[in-house]
Design a protein around this ligand. Structure first.
Ligand SMILES: CC(=O)N[C@H](C=O)[C@@H](O)[C@H](O)[C@H](O)COP(=O)(O)O
Length: 231
């Protein structure tokens, strides 16, 4: 088990900087610049996807980087760091923490064991992205270093909501010994503070800071609602 306090000695904001191929900010050094901007403003860590961005961000920031690789596997719903190949690539790219899916789908709770072992053998911590309380408990038993509420709302059987899953966060914080990271649909500074009040060790914010297309869409939707209600 890694020493969480050594990786993130202070509580604070981790900014998720990610753009998949179909997203407008994908490519070049855009995501690295996002990460630099986040760090300049006080973020204590970065979460990012893919070997290129992990490696490039590690060259220019001193804060810990949580790395993941999203990969579509035919016939599978497991998307975040599905196999050991991705773990090896994330470790080689220099990430301080590997994030991976620890959901109760497709026998994953068994299949993920060698992925966790590999990261630990390389001296790299593991963040378990879970969607339910039971998965969080299972993740702790598997020896992960911290647990994120990342996948709540993204499995068919988890709570579906537009809001962050504060209930899951609170339940996990009250039960597990490993630090719990609040992640998923945190859109306001108030949400972030509420997450810390629930007992979160840190808060990951992604789209609300680094996906301008989604930020823009929220403003456009609010204005459209207003204009349509005028008539
Ligand atoms: C479900 C999934 O694939 N989540 C991904 C995990 O890395 C990212 O796309 C999210 O941006 C990240 O979890 C932060 O969440 P939010 O963008 O809601 O602040």
């Amino acid at each position: 088990m890694k020493d969480f306090n050594r990786i993130f000695p202070e509580k604070g904001l981790i900014v998720s900087c990610q753009a998949l191929e179909h997203e407008p900010l994908h490519g070049g050094d855009t995501i690295t610049k996002m990460a630099i901007a986040a760090i300049e403003s006080g973020a204590i860590g970065i979460r990012t996807n893919g070997v290129f961005d992990i490696h490039s961000i590690k060259q220019v920031v001193k804060v810990p980087v949580i790395g993941l690789i999203k990969r579509d596997m035919p016939g599978s719903e497991i998307f975040i760091t599905p196999t050991i190949q991705e773990v090896i690539a994330i470790v080689s790219a220099g990430a301080d923490v590997v994030a991976l899916d620890v959901t109760d789908r497709e026998g994953r709770l068994e299949a993920v064991k060698p992925l966790i072992e590999y990261a630990h053998s390389a001296g790299v911590a593991v963040m378990a992205d879970v969607s339910t309380y039971e998965e969080g408990i299972a993740a702790e038993k598997l020896g992960v270093d911290f647990i994120g509420t990342t996948l709540s709302g993204y499995t068919s059987y988890s709570t579906q909501s537009e809001e962050p899953d504060f209930e899951l966060l609170q339940q996990l914080c009250e039960t597990v010994k490993v630090p719990v990271i609040a992640e998923g649909r945190i859109w306001t500074p108030e949400d972030a503070v509420r997450a810390i009040r629930c007992g979160a060790a840190n808060v990951v914010v992604g789209s609300a800071i680094t996906r301008p297309q989604l930020i823009t869409a929220r403003y456009v939707a609010a204005l459209s609602t207003f204009f349509s209600s005028e008539h």
